[in-house]
Design a protein around this ligand. Structure first.
Ligand SMILES: [Zn+2]
Length: 111
C-alpha cells in the first residue's frame, strides 16, 4: 500500500515574470509544481507567457486556516482523508508537527 499524504489547499500558479509577484518567489518546474499542488489555478499572467508551454512556475500557496474543514466526497487514493469542500486541501499540517482540524458537529436528530 502506498503512503497517504496530506493535500495542500489550492495554489495559484504564476509565470516567473508575473508582474503581481514583483520578482518574489522561487520558480520550479511546472510538472513538479503540479505534483506538489494537485489542485491549482493559473493566474491571468499565463496569457503573458511567451511560449504556449510554461516550463517553470511560481506556486503561491493557499491558506486553509480561515475556514473550518468540511469533508467533501472527493478522496484521492493517496490522500490522508477527504478533501475539504472549500479549498481542496486535507487540512493536514503539511511539514508541521501538529494537525489543526476543526469539525462542526451537528446534534443527532431523535425521532
Ligand atoms: Zn501571476
Amino acid at each position: 500500500m502506498s503512503e497517504r499524504r496530506h493535500y495542500p489547499p489550492i495554489a495559484i500558479f504564476h509565470i516567473p515574470e508575473c508582474p503581481t509577484l514583483g520578482g518574489n518567489g522561487t520558480a520550479k518546474s511546472h510538472d513538479l509544481a503540479r505534483a506538489d499542488f494537485p489542485h491549482n489555478r493559473e493566474c491571468p499572467c499565463f496569457k503573458l507567457a511567451l511560449t504556449p508551454i510554461v516550463p517553470y512556475v511560481i506556486a503561491e500557496e493557499g491558506d486553509d486556516n480561515d475556514h473550518l474543514y468540511r469533508p467533501s466526497d472527493e478522496r484521492p487514493a493517496d490522500a490522508a482523508r477527504s478533501l475539504c469542500k472549500a479549498r481542496k486541501g486535507t487540512h493536514g499540517n503539511v511539514g508541521g508537527d501538529r494537525e489543526l482540524i476543526e469539525v462542526r458537529l451537528r446534534p443527532l436528530e431523535r425521532p
